[in-house]
Design a protein around this ligand. Structure first.
Ligand code: PEP
Ligand code: MN
Length: 367
């Protein structure tokens, strides 16, 4: 009797082994089907096909399991297969290099960001007046910089600080950029302002304080305007990439990332530039990476070596704040550089071989 039981149990173990092997074989085929469906852009869940398979199984069923049990068992197998396909999709992010090996190049006017040449984004912290923006824009133009930044909506730590000129600021940026042939990079803080943004800006900036404002990320993902997403001051690299995924998964693939320093116990810099994030993100993601040398340091005296370090670490570009008269700036007065300092900065970056922006006009004659 006990020998008989042993024998039957052995048989069962063998069948279990075969079932396991067959179920995993089935799972491998399901994964292949998932790949084909992805390439064809077809929905993974196909209820008609599922019904069809169940009907055929029930027809072929000779017992002892009744039809209901067969349906139940196979439905569980189907569900596990669908989970497997979707799990694959969740595990490998769209922004990951595992999904796309080649670098994403974001075209902003004539500037191809991420194609190997280093991009510079510069301009005042806040838009204060047309004249202020114009002075900076001309300096940029002469230095061969194509992307003009300026905040019209300012997410300030204190509600009593200058909040920006709003739409008026965007109008100024657009007007001056069109006069000078530059492209506008400006921060948007409200999901409802995306249409406004599309009207005036060439790159929508999402600031550090809004990196996990998911409704804003979704709204930016629904536009087709390039986005510059800044890393939250307490965000891990993984959280940063998930934030970018929010935008890309909505269909806007034109995303650039910006490391702008994280919060640490260090007091002598405004933030701590996480330089290791640059090669790390470049390795993990195909999106272009910028380093904001102004907000990461919060001081003018080390911006030059920090900018060199950023580009040496593999950044696709740098961002910096330039103001005609930083002493009277309505925001970030202590960290913005003036036009003369900007010219020197660009000159030294070029001399050291980090930038190849061509000088335009008057400054060229001086060399
Ligand atoms: C900015 O670039 O204007 C800005 C406010 O920076 P951050 O969001 O990185 O603080
Ligand atoms: Mn600023």
């Amino acid at each position: 009797m006990s020998n008989k039981l042993e024998e039957l149990r052995q048989q069962l173990d063998e069948i279990n082994g075969k079932l396991l092997e067959l179920m995993n074989q089935r799972a491998a085929v399901v994964q292949q089907i998932g790949e084909v469906k992805k390439q064809q852009g077809v929905n993974k869940y196909d209820p008609v096909r599922e019904q069809d398979m169940l009907n055929r199984l029930v027809q072929a069923n000779t017992g002892p399991f009744d039809d209901g049990t067969i349906r139940h068992l196979f439905k569980q197998i189907f569900k596990a297969s669908l989970d497997l396909q979707q799990q694959d999709q969740k595990k490998v992010l769209l922004v990951s290099r595992k999904r796309q090996t080649e670098d994403t190049v974001v075209q902003v006017g004539e500037e191809a960001v991420g194609n190997g040449s280093s991009t510079v984004i510069a301009g005042p912290c806040s838009v204060e007046s047309e004249e202020q923006v114009r002075q900076v824009a001309h300096a940029l133009k002469q230095q061969g910089v194509r992307l003009l930044r300026g905040g019209a909506f300012k997410p300030r730590t204190s509600p009593y600080d200058f909040q920006g000129l709003g739409e008026e600021g965007l109008k100024i940026l657009r007007k001056v950029a069109d006069e000078t042939g530059l492209k506008v990079v400006s921060e948007i803080v409200n999901p409802a302002d995306m249409e406004l943004a599309e009207q005036y800006v060439d790159v929508i900036q999402i600031g550090a304080r809004n990196m996990q404002n998911f409704e804003l990320l979704k709204a930016a993902g629904s536009t087709r305007t390039p986005v510059l997403l800044k890393r939250g001051m307490s965000a891990t690299v993984e959280e940063f990439l998930f934030a970018a995924e929010y935008i890309v998964s909505r269909g806007n693939t034109q995303v650039m990332l910006c490391e702008r320093g994280i919060r640490t116990y260090e007091k002598w810099t405004r933030n701590t530039l996480d330089i290791s994030a640059v090669p790390l993100i470049k390795q993990e993601s195909h999106l272009p990476v910028f380093v904001d040398v102004t907000h990461s340091t919060g001081r003018r005296d080390i911006q030059l070596p920090v900018a060199k370090a950023a580009l040496a670490a593999g950044a696709d570009g740098i961002m910096l704040e330039v103001h005609p008269n930083p002493a009277v700036a309505l925001s970030d007065s202590n960290q913005q550089i003036d036009i003369e300092q900007f010219n020197k900065f660009m000159q030294e970056m070029r001399r050291a071989g980090f930038l190849n922006q061509e000088l335009v006009g008057a400054d060229k004659a001086h060399l």
